[in-house]
Write a protein that binds this ligand. Structure first.
Ligand SMILES: NC(=O)c1ccc[n+]([C@@H]2O[C@H](COP(=O)([O-])OP(=O)(O)OC[C@H]3O[C@@H](n4cnc5c(N)ncnc54)[C@H](O)[C@@H]3O)[C@@H](O)[C@H]2O)c1
Length: 435
């Protein structure tokens, strides 16, 4: 099939490449000309494990191309995927202006029948607005589909190639058959293709995000209760995970959820509940608890230094919102670095992949170093903000000689507190006061 993908961010680039790798002819479009230029030169604008090789292979096989020209891409395709961003807008409602702008451009480009598929995460009813926008701009026939994306950054290729499920919201059985055919190679292991109405499909993405966010917020609260009562959260977590009704995922005490999905999706769901005049205690509690949790960890760090960080230097390991991505959107690390800078600290950060994004975000307010131990030089404390593999087993002897203050603030519970203390460091983890 000939496919156009509008928006070449994390979702569009992975989806476009995934379809191309399954033999389809794909053109990925972005309005950001520098991004398209980079991709044409074989350079990736984002870090996603395994993606570069896949993009290169499909460019070489001439199944994947990149363009800034929506009109030509749409005109030459049967299926058009909308994958543009929906950042959080005022009051928690997602800003769908990019989606509607792109819909208008698609409408202007229609030259024949097309299937328009929205992968962007949008509040219920947006897909109908997309259809109205296109309809107002073209006499040509088209069908509209909601196909929310559930991929995780850092494991996006595997999630896309072997999804837990594919959700497709549409009203037309023939379109459903086209979507089934498109996704069949991805569902060979028997994972479900879930056909439903458009509104349920739109909402299903928010429901998943809210459930995952609630798990993370809850395990963090339980971790604090464990710490306060002299219990061990690591053992408690094992007892919880072993329960088949609960399972192991999204149960790691840490700095809370961040990234481009969970925080804004939880806020958007709350807004949808508010608009309908419905109770939203759990949803609001999830967002508020996540925020309060990060704030409390920052308070503890500041408290360690007498609530002032002037003349202090802090090392921060990790900038991305989780490991295996360079995405710093709503990253807990960014929340902490902001706090430290406000409190007068000099901050030196290291991240294996997010250094460029950190530099672009902070400019000269933050020193971003390119080697992990360089961040710790003459630091008064080391903050672990992301669970990158290379942070798991540091040389504490070396850190002890490099740092001028011996304190480790382990926001990801990576270390054995006793080991860290044995090297003469003060240790603070998440809910590990009893250890
Ligand atoms: N990032 C994730 O892990 C993830 C996972 C699931 C769902 N989603 C959802 O998918 C959508 C896309 O997310 P993302 O992280 O890929 O976004 P992104 O911000 O990384 O990328 C969006 C891209 O769309 C481009 N764009 C905007 N308007 C355009 C237009 N009119 N024409 C062409 N290009 C245009 C931008 O230049 C940008 O490169 C969002 O709704 C998001 O909530 C994201």
């Amino acid at each position: 099939m000939r496919i156009a993908v509008i928006g070449t961010g994390h979702v569009g680039l992975v989806a476009g490449t995934g379809f191309a790798d399954n033999g389809h002819q794909v053109v990925c479009v972005d309005k950001d000309a520098s991004r398209i230029e980079m991709l044409r030169e074989g350079k990736l604008p984002i870090y996603e494990p395994g993606l570069e090789e896949l993009v290169m292979r499909n460019i070489e096989e001439e199944r994947l191309s990149f363009s800034t020209d929506t009109r030509t891409a749409v005109a030459s395709s049967l299926i058009v995927f909308l994958c543009v961003g929906t950042p959080e807008g005022p009051g928690g409602r997602p800003d769908v202006s990019h989606v509607l702008d792109a819909a208008g451009e698609i409408g202007d480009a229609l030259n024949d029948y097309k299937v328009i598929v929205s992968k962007s995460t949008c509040p219920v009813g947006t897909v109908e607005r997309i259809a109205d926008t296109i309809r107002a701009r073209t006499p040509h026939r088209f069908d509209i589909v909601a196909n929310p994306e559930f991929m995780k950054e850092g494991a996006a290729i595997d999630d896309f190639m072997r999804p837990d499920r594919v959700v497709v919201g549409c009203d037309d059985v023939r379109v459903l058959e086209i979507m089934k055919e498109l996704y069949a190679p991805f569902l060979r292991s028997g994972k479900p293709f879930l056909a439903m109405d458009v509104r349920s499909a739109e909402l299903s993405k928010y429901a998943v995000s809210a459930m995952l966010g609630a798990r993370i917020a809850l395990i963090n609260e339980i971790a604090h209760i464990a710490g306060a009562h002299g219990a061990d959260i690591d053992l408690i977590r094992q007892a919880m995970m072993a329960d088949r009704r609960i399972g192991p995922d999204y149960l790691y005490p840490g700095l809370g959820f961040g990234g481009s999905c969970l925080p804004k999706d939880v806020a958007a769901l709350s807004e949808m509940a508010r608009e309908a005049g419905l109770p939203r205690g759990v949803i609001d509690g999830t967002g508020a608890a996540n925020h309060a949790h990060l704030r409390a960890f920052g308070d503890r760090i500041l408290g360690h230094y007498g609530d002032s960080l002037s003349s202090k230097r802090l090392a921060v390991w990790g900038g991305s919102f989780k490991s295996k991505t360079d995405d710093i959107r709503s990253a807990p690390a960014v929340g902490l670095i902001d706090r430290f800078l406000e409190a007068g600290a000099e901050v030196r950060a290291y991240d294996p992949e997010a250094g460029t994004n950190l530099r672009a975000h902070y400019g000269d307010r933050l020193t971003v170093v390119s080697r992990v131990y360089a961040a710790a030089e003459q630091a008064d404390g080391l903050v672990i903000a992301t669970e990158w593999r290379e942070f798991h087993n540091p040389d504490f002897e070396r850190l002890g000689t490099l740092m001028r203050g011996k304190a480790v603030f382990d926001g990801r519970n990576l270390y054995n507190p006793a080991t860290v203390r044995r090297h003469g460091f003060f240790y603070l983890g998440i809910g590990r006061e009893g250890k």
